[in-house]
Design a protein around this ligand. Structure first.
Ligand code: PLP
Length: 365
């Protein structure tokens, strides 16, 4: 079976970890600081702050803007649940705006109707590695004095009109095992604002600048030097990995040719880094997944249930009309696109899709 995701860990990561273990400094230390400097350079930002994971990155980014109870944050219903959960963690309320049917990202045309006097921020997600439509989002943020917190967990290296994601507002990245680069678990927050960077460092470390003196309530969300060493080795390979993902996606889109399968749309003004290569199947999706599996092709559904329909959100009474999301969530299938695929794998994946026998959906009137 060709797996839908596979971390690529090599000698460089192994040696970097051994060097840290032998150095005696294994908690947050010089590797973390180096990693932050290198990460900020990739994102074109002045600062990067390393944390334990992508969820912590989102949570701290919100707290750094003083977002909390009584506030509203506009976000997408079509993401990993961590996006909206980070808003709940602060005590604020997520307000869901439906997605664009081609990119599956937040539809900026629908944002103005969701803005209220309580709105404090917009949290777009660069889903599957394709940047959200940042120009109108930044324009709305300026007009209504809103913070922009980018969930860039899936999008390191992506650009919108030539500008790296994570450099528009405050960027939140994940280094989880299946992301484009990984440290096993890990997160990074990017910003150009020195005051936000300062608050993030305090929030990550018990509100402490000087050891055992605490200015504010903070957490222990520090990254370890062991993981930073893995992250640095991965970051050095990021561009090579990304080129492979983009080439693999181009191959699949060229070779997939099935009357009821839609290949991913790529905006002409972005660099889509293909964290996922997601097709839409018009017809019986379960049958399609079974047939792909029988043909040795691993698949996944990101994500089967829109966030507002998750039991947690229903219990909280957070309602949202998101017809585009609802439909897309029923039709999408992620295929393998990771840099570990061989040309033979790619042929096998495209052939398996082209040979799908899927019943046409019943006509709906
Ligand atoms: C992975 C992911 C997160 C959470 O990151 P973790 O490191 O797993 O906490 C948040 N948002 C999106 C869109 C993700 O894909």
């Amino acid at each position: 079976m060709i797996p839908v995701a596979r971390p690529l860990i090599g000698r460089e990561e192994e040696e970097a970890v051994l060097a840290v273990l032998r150095s005696g400094i294994i908690a947050q230390g010089p590797e973390v600081e180096q990693f932050e400097t290198e990460f900020a350079a990739v994102c074109g930002t002045r600062y990067a702050v390393a944390v334990t994971n992508g969820t912590a990155a989102l949570y701290l980014a919100l707290l750094a803007h003083n977002i909390g109870p009584g506030d509203e944050v506009i976000t997408t219903p079509f993401s990993f649940v961590a996006t909206a959960n980070s808003i709940l963690m602060t005590g604020a309320t997520p307000v869901f705006v439906d997605i664009d049917p081609q990119t599956y990202n937040l539809n900026p045309d629908l944002i103005p109707a969701a803005i209220t006097p309580r709105t404090r921020a917009i949290m777009p997600v660069h889903l599957y590695g394709q940047p959200a439509d940042m120009a109108p989002i930044m324009e709305l943020a300026r007009r209504y004095h809103l913070a922009v917190i980018e969930d860039a967990a899936q999008a390191i290296g992506a650009t919108y009109r030539g500008q790296p994601v994570g450099s528009f507002g405050v960027g939140c990245f994940s280094l989880y095992a299946t992301k484009n680069i990984t440290s096993g678990e890990g997160g990074m927050i990017t910003t150009n604002d020195p005051a936000i960077a300062e608050r993030l460092r305090l929030l990550r470390n018990h509100g402490s600048r000087v050891r055992y003196y605490h200015e504010m309530l903070g957490y222990n969300f520090r990254m370890t030097d062991v993981l930073a060493a893995i992250g640095r080795a991965q970051l050095a390979k990021c561009d090579r990995f990304t080129h492979r993902r983009i080439a693999n996606a181009a191959f699949l889109s060229q070779h997939i040719n099935h009357p009821t399968v839609i290949t991913p749309f790529v905006r002409p003004d972005v660099r889509h880094v293909f964290h996922q290569y997601t097709i839409r199947v018009i017809g019986d999706r379960d049958a399609a997944i079974q047939q792909l599996s029988a043909a040795g092709v691993g698949t996944a559904i990101f994500y089967p249930l829109p966030i507002p329909q998750q039991p947690l959100y229903r219990q909280l009474g957070i309602e949202a009309e998101t017809p585009v999301t609802d439909r897309v969530a029923r039709e999408i299938i992620a295929l393998p696109v990771h840099p570990g695929l061989s040309e033979e794998d790619l042929h096998q994946i495209a052939t398996a899709v082209n040979e799908l026998q899927i019943r046409e959906p019943a006509l709906t009137i």
